[in-house]
Ligand binder design. Structure first.
Ligand code: S3P
Length: 433
């Protein structure tokens, strides 16, 4: 059976880069993701005076942190390129760094369209000085560090970026921030902080998920850490193997199995998937990891509703692709957040799928797709969105389909090497089949 290792987790790498920049002393991140998103966060940290070394194409970062209040004013705008996580988390950090004056945060043409008010509004309520430079609600933004005051924030959508930005503002300012979300979003920030000795309070309160840093630590110790493979990257090959692309099966090793990320596995089980999970013993900075073994199987359509959405928020492009090859209809609802990702993912999926001959219906908060075995043909567009490009890459690699993808290179945002792994798996399965 073919074995595979995917690159380090993007969310975890981003958080360790930022937290190591805020720590006192030298951190070492191994197995980290050196994708364009993480490199843009590393670059902005360097602009702020953090010393970082990362050899090109290597998955190790050495970081000499500046301390919780040690960033210096950068000499140019901080460009987060495509990275919503980098920009939003750093908004929280920079708001509370007292030395900073008129620091400008910007991004590429996708990032400057994404909503920032969800982070800016609660930060402003806590006393942050944040100004929109061109258009209300979007980047570019200017920040001047301020003394913050305690707040309680009730967020209308589950969002780990909002939650983490506010927790980081609390960490840097030393002030209490209580974040309440409709249901729990991914909890990497909480796990890392807890594993480094920071006391976190988390509980279900009146049907909402509530989190705060219970006792702000005043300083952070550096990290030495091995980062697990990214479940969201592995998911593409889980899908490919289920659709028969990896011959007689596939094992993906050392993947992060944090339950706030692996919701796709429950949905796939309902679709009939045969997947075996072996968790490694122990935890790695609070993060579980292990291997995923996948056999090819005929899938049946399923229905995904609101409460499952946060646990698989990044996997919908792939799920739609699996739905297009399942028996019957796959219904995705309660997923309006997909419209605010690197692209409007509902629109990008619907347009592309219609182009290649699929039957798909669009809703404000989701889509419904009818599975088919017929060959699919046509040219699809990534819309500058890595997960759209990779999802259609999986469909394009299946025998019988003739799909061309415009903007394939955008996969580098989260998964450098994706196309090489895909073409090797494809070659192997054609040889063996
Ligand atoms: C992320 C949180 C999610 C996810 C994104 C990464 C993170 O976004 O879609 O890819 O690392 O915190 P939201 O916070 O907008 O849900």
């Amino acid at each position: 059976m073919k074995k595979l290792i995917v690159p380090g987790d993007k969310s975890i790498t981003q958080r360790f880069l930022i937290l190591a920049g805020l720590a006192e002393g030298k951190s070492l991140l191994k197995g980290a993701l050196a994708s364009t998103d993480c490199l843009s966060t590393a670059d902005t940290l360097q602009q702020l005076g953090v010393q970082i070394t990362n050899e090109p194409d290597k998955d190790e970062f050495t970081i000499l942190g500046s301390g919780l209040q040690g960033f210096r004013n950068p000499s140019r705008d901080l460009d987060f390129q495509n990275s919503g996580t980098g920009a939003r988390l750093m908004l929280g950090v920079l708001s509370a760094q007292l030395m900073l004056r008129d620091v400008v945060i910007t991004g590429d043409k996708s990032l400057v369209k994404r909503p920032m008010d969800r982070v800016v509004q609660p930060l402003r309520r806590s006393g942050a000085q944040i100004d929109y430079i061109e258009n209300r609600g979007v980047l570019p933004i200017s920040i001047t560090g301020k003394k913050l005051v305690p707040i309680i924030h009730k967020s209308s959508v589950p969002s780990a970026q909002v939650k983490s930005a506010l927790l980081l503002a609390s960490l840097v300012s030393g002030q209490s921030v209580i974040v309440s979300e409709p249901s729990q979003s991914r909890d990497h920030t909480e796990r890392i902080l807890a594993a480094s000795g920071v006391k976190i309070r988390e509980e279900l309160s009146e049907g909402r998920w509530e989190v705060e840093i219970d006792v702000t630590p005043g300083k952070l110790s550096p990290f030495e850490v091995d980062i697990p493979g990214d479940f969201s990257s592995a998911a593409f090959f889980v899908g490919y193997a289920m659709l028969g692309g990896a011959g007689n099966g596939l094992v993906i090793e050392d993947v992060g199995l944090n339950p706030t990320r692996t919701g796709l596995l429950d949905v796939l089980a309902r679709m009939g998937a045969k997947i075996e999970i072996s968790e490694k013993s122990g935890s790695y900075w609070g993060e579980p990891l292990g291997s995923i073994e996948i056999a090819s199987i005929e899938l049946k359509g399923t229905e995904i509703q609101g409460e499952e959405v946060p646990y698989m928020i990044d996997e919908f492009p792939l799920l739609a692709i699996l739905g297009s090859r399942a028996v019957g209809v796959t219904k995705i609802r309660g997923a309006k957040e997909l419209r605010f990702k690197e692209s409007d993912r509902i629109r990008a999926l619907v347009d592309n799928m219609r182009t290649i001959g699929l039957e798909i219906e669009e809703f404000e908060d989701g889509l419904e797709i009818l599975g088919t075995e017929k060959p699919l043909k046509g040219r699809v567009y990534s819309h500058g969105d890595h997960r759209i490009a990779m999802a259609f890459g999986i469909l394009a690699a299946l025998p019988g389909n003739e799909i061309e993808i415009e903007g394939m290179e955008v996969a580098d945002v989260s998964f450098p090497g994706f196309w090489k792994i895909l073409s090797e798996l494809k070659k192997d399965s054609t040889k063996n089949g």
